[in-house]
Design a protein around this ligand. Sequence first.
Ligand code: S3P
Length: 433
Amino acid sequence: MNTRFAPLQKLRGRLRPPGDKSISHRAALVGAMASTPVRIRNYLDAADTGATLAAVRQLGAIVQWREAELVIRGGGLRNVQAPAGTIDVGNAGTLMRLLPGWLSFQQGCTFTLDGDESIRRRPIDRIATPLALMGASIEAREGRYPPFTIHGGGLRGIEYQLPVASAQVKSCVLLAGLTTESTTVIEPVPTRDHTERLLARAGAPIRRGGLDGAPRTTVGNAEELDLEPVDVPADLSSAAFLIAAGVLVPGSRLLLEGVGVNWTRAGFLRILERMGAIVLVDSEPQGSFAAQEPIAEIDVSHCALQGTEVGPDEVPLAIDELPLVALLGCFAEGETIVRGAQELRLKESDRIAAVAGGLRTLGGDIEDTPDGFVVRGTGGLAGGRLDARGDHRLALLGAVAGVASRDGVEVVGWEAVSISYPSFAEDLRRLAA
Ligand code: S3P
């Protein structure tokens, strides 16, 4: 499906973006692992997080929508029901990499996971390696791609140094560690910590240390998990597209409510600040590690931008927003450079090639490098056609480029937005009215 986004005069209004995708996946998984029913408010109603609900149902959990609230009744940490057939993760990398952590200690059960064309290109050896060190057995296509099969069994604790900064891999190992005496994950640099926060709230023995240098997180054996109701914040990664549109479209002023601003996710806000954007974040105090996720109201106004540099340490804190940094760079004065972001090549599409190629066809002066982009700001984009390549964040990027461009952008494959932000076009129309 092709959808055209014409240049807009201004965007104005107040809106709550959809629920956080990363936290929704985790809330559903930890909810299904808990011994008592778990209520989840503002769960993201989209294709990716729908795949997680389907998966936990297949594993024996009862999932019910009660008005706007989701209730999950699982069978407990060690009581997964062996599923009939393959578990379909769809397009969801987070589901594909987190779920095996839980499945790997289900004694005597076998599970096969598969997904769409994009997921079949995404490596799982990054989780299979630590899980094998813990004693799990995994067989994957060509040793590293889906479909793959997990044979559940008893696991032993490990100390694991992550070779790449990945919250998905960290989360998988921590979930697997819940039946070991002690399992530690050491990260090269901090990545999103939503799993740790939820596990702490659910009563799992979890400790964090080394936050000044390489973060170390240790989990131990958990008999049971119990989780008080979870309020899923609005997704900063989805809000980021509205924030960018508000910054780029002249005369705009947007207020975005209830947005998650956990610092391990909020790198984009700091990058924007360096670029000179007027984005005010009115947040509540961050609270303790085991409290609900911090949220804020984000107040965005149009303004002029200057180029900036994003280096490897900042990359995991803004990984899904880096395509937007490239887009903003096209409108900024001077150069915008992203380095150390080779992980972008392993996302729903090769986001280095796709973003650079896509923005070039719209008139941007952008070069792809092996680990990022170099963008020379030209004060704006002409417009044209952008192929989403089945990647939701590329489709959304095309829409924002369109409303800020001179001639508009036609997004080829708009339906990809069903993965994380099905109502984006409608929200944009409301803010433009
Ligand atoms: C995610 C972690 C990141 C991110 C993805 C969601 C998560 O992936 O890009 O969209 O929910 O843990 P990596 O762990 O591969 O960096």
